[in-house]
Design a protein around this ligand. Structure first.
Ligand code: FES
Ligand code: FES
Length: 194
């Protein structure tokens, strides 16, 4: 049996929008989203969380780094619709001006920023990195002799390697390493936003 072709304009198309829930910095947001929207654009343009920066929009600079269910990600590379139910933490969720996060304080104390454009991504990435090191995730420069699963000592080389996905056009790298090492040495970097 041959099937008649649908009339022009009446073909059923797959949906191109969906409703998803994102829990951002502790607040649940129900959002009707174009499937092509990146998580970065939704954070900045739908939720007005402009702390997270768009640098390259190609996964190369780390300016857009946020925490997704506690792990650091490049939000420019993720489709928001695929994150239904996820927990997202942006730099706005880490601390307030009256009570900054330890990493935010350390970046200020160490003068680890110039223009500050990369800083939100650096701080979110540092928080994820410190957790990864504490949980014993090895990096490229971790000695194979280290016991598996043991916390990794935060040498400058470890910090540089683990932060290598975050670029700083201003070249504030030495101070960024020092700020992260200050907080890592404290041992407790505080939790991410609920
Ligand atoms: S904006 Fe996402 S990595 Fe550059
Ligand atoms: S402080 Fe300017 S890009 Fe890093």
């Amino acid at each position: 049996m041959t099937r008649a072709a649908p009339l022009r304009g009446t073909e059923s198309r797959p949906p191109d929008h969906s409703t998803v829930t994102l829990r951002v910095n502790g607040t649940a947001h129900e959002l009707y989203l174009d499937h092509r929207s990146t998580l970065l654009d939704v954070l900045r343009e739908r939720l007005d969380l402009t702390g997270t920066k768009k640098g390259c929009d190609h996964g190369q600079c780390g300016a857009c780094t946020v925490l997704l269910d506690g792990r650091r990600v490049n939000s420019c590379l993720l489709l928001a619709v695929a994150q239904d139910g996820a927990r997202v933490t942006t730099v706005e969720g880490l601390g307030r001006s009256s009570a900054p996060h330890a990493l935010q304080e350390a970046f200020v104390d160490r003068d680890a920023l110039q223009c500050g454009y990369c800083t939100p991504g650096q701080i979110c990435s540092a928080l994820g990195m410190l957790d990864e090191a504490e949980r014993g995730f090895p990096s490229y420069v971790t000695s194979p002799d280290e016991p598996p699963g043991a916390p990794v000592a935060l040498t400058p080389d470890e910090i540089r390697e683990r932060m290598s996905g975050n670029l700083c056009r201003c070249g504030a790298y030495p101070r960024i390493v020092e700020a992260i090492q200050d907080v890592g040495d404290l041992g407790d970097v505080g939790g991410e936003a609920p």
